[in-house]
Design a protein around this ligand. Structure first.
Ligand code: PGA
Length: 249
């Protein structure tokens, strides 16, 4: 069965609640496309107003982060049950900015992934290499390690429903998009790694996005690659361009 493409916006730390409503209203008519899953991952405080604004459309509202405990003394964190109660079905886990600025590790990513599955939330699991790692020729080794740890104790059935976002760090927010060949090569290596951990059926089912300066002009070629099942989009998800990315064909 062909994998359904999934195109997700990552708003990062942008948009107040009223701005979020405005942006959803602007993008609503532009992102209509039943052939792809469309997700807006928004700041926690924007989730409820964005959901209300998106009601009745094909837009799913997701979260940008989640903690791996149920509740308790974890000041500033968001629990999985808080997300599910309002209907969140997707959460970004282990974005490179969270790894860099908030000390997330492959191990905490794994705990969050397990917790998301426990609550029926689909994790969008991020991985990606730095420029130094690419120049040293260790990209694939590095990504395989990130994937193997992220999927520790995850069942094949859970893995089949997961989303992986391959985002080379050097391409995030820099306008320097990876070449189609570079993106496809790593996304294929990720799929091979999933086949190695699980089996071919799981590898064939899992959806792998490319992220890093995706734009309306780069999306069509990227998303046409055999192992690229959509994108995780930062900057361009805050603009009408996102409509063109969702309707890339
Ligand atoms: P970008 O961000 O599209 O602005 O490069 C992508 C991301 O960080 O998910």
């Amino acid at each position: 069965m062909a994998r359904k493409k999934i195109i997700a916006g990552n708003w990062k730390m942008n948009m107040t609640p009223s701005q979020a409503v405005e942006l959803v209203n602007t993008l609503k008519p532009l992102v209509v496309n039943d052939e792809v899953d469309v997700v807006f991952c928004v700041p926690a405080i924007d989730i409820i107003p964005a959901m209300e604004a998106a009601r009745g459309t094909n837009i799913q509202i997701g979260a940008e982060n989640m903690y791996f405990e149920e509740k308790g003394a974890f000041t500033g964190e968001i629990a999985p049950g808080m997300l599910t109660e309002v209907g969140v079905k997707y959460v970004i886990i282990g974005h490179s900015e969270r790894r860099e600025y908030f000390a997330e590790t492959d191990e905490t990513v794994n705990r969050k992934v397990l917790k998301a599955f426990e609550h029926g939330i689909t994790p969008i699991i991020c991985c990606g290499e730095s420029l130094t790692q690419r120049e040293q020729g260790i990209t694939i080794d590095w990504i395989r390690q990130q994937i193997k740890i992220a999927f520790l104790n995850v069942t094949a059935e859970q893995a089949a429903s997961a989303v992986i976002a391959y985002e080379p760090i050097w391409a995030i927010g820099t306008g320097k998009v990876a070449t189609t060949e570079q993106a496809q090569e790593v996304c294929k290596a990720i799929r091979d790694c999933i086949a190695e951990i699980y089996d071919e059926a799981t590898a064939a089912a899992i959806r792998i996005q490319y992220g890093g300066s995706v734009s309306a002009s780069s999306a069509p070629e990227l998303f046409a690659q055999p192992d690229i099942d959509g994108g995780l989009v930062g900057g361009a998800s805050l603009k009408p361009d996102f409509g063109a990315i969702v309707n890339y064909k």
